[in-house]
Every structure is written in C-alpha cells, then in structure tokens.
Design a protein around this ligand. Structure first.
Ligand SMILES: NC(=O)c1ccc[n+]([C@@H]2O[C@H](COP(=O)([O-])OP(=O)(O)OC[C@H]3O[C@@H](n4cnc5c(N)ncnc54)[C@H](O)[C@@H]3O)[C@@H](O)[C@H]2O)c1
Length: 371
C-alpha cells in the first residue's frame, strides 16, 4: 500500500500524522510511505529523518493525496484537503463529524473510506486513540495553571508547592478520568494539596487505591464541589459525559465566593466547558479574567507540546495504521471490531450511528459494509 502523510494546515497545528518511526515500520512491512515536505518540522522531525526511515518526500499536499492509497493525518481534513480525497482512498485521522455537517457532506461526496481516531474503541470500554491526548492535556493542566497563578499573569501569586513555613496551593480537579488523574498526579508532584472529585464511586475507589498517598478524593455532589472550589487556588475542569456537552459545575455567581486571583483551567472546554464563564481561547492568548478569577480555556492543549503529542499519538495509531495497510481496510475492520467502530464513512454512506443522529443523515450498519 502507498501511505501518505500531508503537512497539517489547520491554524496552530504543529503535530504530524506519522512519525519517522511509524514511517519506518510501514516501510519494513513492505509499504511505500510518501510524506509532504516539512510535514514533521513543527514536531521536530525534519525531512531527513523520514528519508532515513525509507520514506519518500513529495513537494506538495496535492501530490501526497494523488499518490497515496491511505492518508494518515492528525486533524480533520480542511475544505481544500477534502477536495483532494477520492473514491476508494482510506482516510485515517481525527474527524469529530457530529458537530460538522460541512465536513460530513464533503467526505460522503468524496467516496472515500474514513476511519475516525476518536471512535476507535478498546476492550476496556476506552477510546485508545483519544486517551494519549487526554494524558497530555491532563499533565499540562497544572503546568499552565501554575503559570496562570503567577502575579504577573493576573493570578493569586501562590506557589504550587509552597516553601517551608508556607503551605502549598490547593488544587481541586473535577472529573477523575484520564485528564483528571494525570492533572492530579502532576499537581501532587509539584507539591500542591490536591483533591479529585468524581461522580463515579468506582472511579474514586480506584483512585484512592492507587493514588491515596498522593491526593485526596471526594464525591462530586454539588455541595462538596462548591465547598472545595471556594477554598481552591486552582480548579481543573476535567469532566466528560460521553456524547453530551460538559455540565456547568461552577456558575458565574459562585466566582464571587472564590479566592481572588484563583485559576480555573477548563480542559473540558472542547465539550463546551464546565464553568459557566468559560469560552475557548488559543495558545496565543490563553487566559482572561472574569470577576477577579483567571480562566485558562485552550481547546487544543496538546498542540503546545507538539513533539510529545505527535509521538504519543503515533504510538497509539501505529498498530491500527499497520493493520489497515497490511490487510486492507475491509479485512482489518473485519478482524478487529474496535477498528470497525472507527469507521464513520464509506463510499458515500455514513456508517456511524451517533453522527447520523446528530446530523439527521441515514446510516448503514458498518457490519453490512464489510460483508
Ligand atoms: N482542551 C484540550 O485540549 C483537551 C484535550 C484532551 C481532552 N479534553 C477534554 O477533557 C475532558 C475529559 O476527558 P477525559 O479523557 O479525562 O474523559 P474521561 O471519560 O476519562 O473522564 C471523565 C470523568 O468525568 C467524570 N464526570 C462526569 N460527570 C461528572 C460530574 N458532573 N462531576 C464530576 N465528575 C464527572 C466521569 O465519571 C469520568 O471519570 C473531555 O471533555 C475531553 O474532551 C480536552
């Protein structure tokens, strides 16, 4: 198979769909890999690294799209990229089609077979191609929150770990899933006094068993949540209700009960945010203030650490990418029901029920498509 990887063109996107290591593995499996020139530069991978791995460098995205049987990317294809997709071509990338009727229409019109990272599943009911980015965002949250707490940035002027004779910052993490656990571990590692809130008792039990010495847990009743938020120097929003907008857990009125200069880091902003006063920000202009409380609400946090994120994503996507290349998409999806769950579009038909429901488009069962 010829596998192609274009340079990402979405603004502020520095990740790349294939690392030189992934390219090398595909070449070792007998495939040809074509990479758009400079595709990896934002993540610290120059063309020479891909050439050394056995890949070929092409001058333009158009050449990559024209040559490749399968396109491997990071972000959903932009309008100009969608025009270059063709019937029979496989697209393997993040898609997030449910809120994006334009992209869905174009992918259906292209005739391509599109497999979305975010709907591939695993044996534990998890989303293995989303988890690495949640790990990155979770570990970044206390880092950016600590910066936000600095006086010059409008924060309270509190040091995460304190010093002898001065207590540490109080950090409250709402949602103890992948983002929340990683945020709590890093905040605790910085010496902060950390409490994680969740609505799942099973999850709280797990966190207490594994991390009980590092941070406390608390049930996320409305009363507990607001009590802890009032005392906090930093609050990390890390909740997820699958398929739904994030619940608003701190209202604007409640900001006035918080410590002036406290920091809200709303990682759940990509699902609408879990604080009433959150709105999405960018890496250029990440923070703003409402009623004396500092907000950090960057919707694509992993982009700040493009190299780590690219390698983490590549580690997770590589086995699926190799299966698709080695067996062809149909056999790979037949052999692996978790990969089949990633199938969103095939030959002009939608194959993912939640997207069909969100957009009012008929869906054909993916198991019929692979027959
Ligand atoms: N901003 C970014 O760059 C970025 C990057 C990665 C992930 N995210 C977002 O971070 C959020 C969390 O992702 P995740 O991978 O950790 O999800 P997850 O499913 O692993 O964890 C979510 C947790 O929230 C808990 N929860 C749900 N409702 C709750 C409530 N009302 N109160 C307390 N806890 C509640 C769940 O029980 C679960 O443990 C998602 O919205 C995800 O899209 C954002």
């Amino acid at each position: 198979m010829i596998i192609g990887c274009p340079k990402e063109i979405k603004p502020q996107e520095f990740r790349v769909g294939m690392t030189p290591i992934a390219a090398g593995e595909a070449v070792a499996h007998g495939h040809k890999v074509v990479i758009e020139t400079q595709a990896g530069i934002g993540a610290g991978f120059p063309d020479e690294d891909y050439i050394a791995a056995g890949a070929e460098i092409l001058g333009t995205a158009a050449e990559v799209f024209k040559t490749a049987d399968m396109i491997v990317k990071v972000k959903e294809p932009q309008a100009i990229e969608r025009k270059m997709l063709r019937e029979g071509q496989v697209l393997f990338t993040y898609l997030h089609l449910a809120p994006d009727p334009e992209q869905t229409k174009d992918l259906l019109a292209s005739g391509c077979t599109a497999i979305a990272y975010e709907t591939v599943t695993d044996n534990n009911g998890g989303l293995p191609l989303l988890a690495p980015m949640s790990e990155v965002a979770g570990k970044l949250a206390p880092q950016v929150g600590a910066w936000t707490l600095q006086k010059a940035n409008g924060g309270r002027g509190v040091l995460m770990g304190g010093v002898p004779g001065v207590g540490p910052a109080r950090v409250v993490v709402i949602g103890g899933g992948v983002v929340g656990t990683n945020a709590a571990r890093v905040a605790a590692g910085m010496g902060a006094d950390v409490t994680v809130l969740d609505r799942s008792l099973a999850r709280l039990r797990y966190l207490d068993d594994v991390f009980g010495r590092d941070f406390k847990t608390s049930y996320a009743s409305a009363g507990n949540t607001i009590e802890l938020v009032r005392q906090a120097d930093m609050v990390v929003g890390a909740v997820l209700v699958p398929g739904a907008a994030a619940p608003k857990l701190v209202s604007r009125a409640q900001l006035s009960e918080m410590k002036p200069g406290a920091a809200l880091v709303d990682v759940a902003i990509d699902q609408g945010g879990c604080f009433e006063t959150s709105h999405a920000t960018t890496h250029q202009d990440p923070i703003y203030e409402v009623d004396g409380i500092m907000h950090y609400c960057v919707a694509n946090m992993p982009g700040a650490v493009a190299r780590t994120s690219t390698i983490a994503l590549g580690n997770a996507t590589m086995p699926f990418m190799l299966a698709l290349a080695d067996k062809g998409w149909k056999q790979a999806c037949t052999d692996d029901p978790h990969l089949l769950n990633g199938l969103n579009v095939h030959a002009g038909q939608l194959t993912y029920y939640a997207v069909g429901e969100a957009l009012g488009i008929d869906v054909i069962s993916p198991s019929l498509v692979i027959k």
